[in-house]
Design a protein around this ligand. Sequence first.
Ligand code: GLA
Length: 396
Amino acid sequence: MYPESIIQAFLRKFGETPAIIVRAPGRINLIGEHTDYNEGFVLPAAIDRAVWFAVSPKDDQGLHFQALDLGAAFQTNLKNLEKSPLGWPNYLLGCFSELLRDGHQIGGANVVFSGDIPVGAGLSSSAAVESGMLFALNELYQLSLSRPDLARLAQRSENNFVGMNCGIMDMFASLMGREGCALKLDCRSLQHEYIPLNVQDTAILLCDTGVKHQLVDSAYNTRRQECEEGVRHLQRIYPNVHSLRDVDINMLHSEKNHLREVVFQRCKYVVEENGRVESACKALKEKGLPAIGSLLYASHEGLKNEYQVSCPELDFLVDHTPDSLNFFGARMVGGGFGGCTINLLKKDAVEGFQTYIARKYREKWGRRGDLGGFRKPPRSPRDHTLVQKNPPIQKI
Ligand code: GLA
């Protein structure tokens, strides 16, 4: 299907062949959730779901976008870069806006894009859109920006143009992912290390709840503010603290009575999650993927009880993972409030688990008439994604 369908659509819309085709992957995160904007550690990997771009530069300042999956088009020009009430164009407009802000010489562009990363599933479809757009512009306008530079720009686009104060993990994973490896990233220095996944007979399986909470952006930004509140307080006692990265659990406990309870809980989760990333990297190198399973469960407990970004459907999927030697661990992945769980299990056990968990999920949520604050009804069992490969971002 890809990239032919995109090239055909580009031809139909613009009457020319695109100058470049780019494939930008989504990501999973093995462990290290909500640590990136606290200058901590994360362990993501690019996945074999991606957003594809067909792009041509333009002599004038025109911007013409077509979102194939939405059946929608948008046009404006570089002189008129304003936030669009439509939502989706902002992920692209932000890229142009940030490049111009940094003084880069760019012209307009014709863009067609489409992808197979489920939106709102915690697999970073939006970061893939931003990373792919910037990657294409960097090539077309010969900007000579490095991939980490592009990741920083993509993060700024999302912060400034979309209004989501996300960290750098998603873009960095999309732009820097390497096949067969997870990427341990220090989100303060951007130093990184590739750790072979050595999957052998272990499978990484994503189960999609199919739900996304409507308040996700504001709840995310509130979590950030709560962490910052903790840092501001701790700085008065420990002047060397710049972020939660510099805080250990004893320091935090020493100030427990002076912090709001909710702020203490958020900070405790982040400090412990950073420790779990370190432990997971060690276990992954020494013993392989199954050895990080218990850390996944511990991460989920923290995300559910202390950071409070899970939801009943995610908890249900994690709680109903089998207590068996074939199943190693599970947790929610990404920002939370819906989306996917990541599951580590024996390859042989995948089919049995899929049938079992789909039945359980349907029994519990399938007939639910009132979907409350949730946007979409739960999906069918076909929405389990087996991560088979993790190719990097690339020009085709
Ligand atoms: C979202 C954000 C990331 C990160 C995760 C949580 O995916 O975009 O920067 O904070 O949530 O780990």
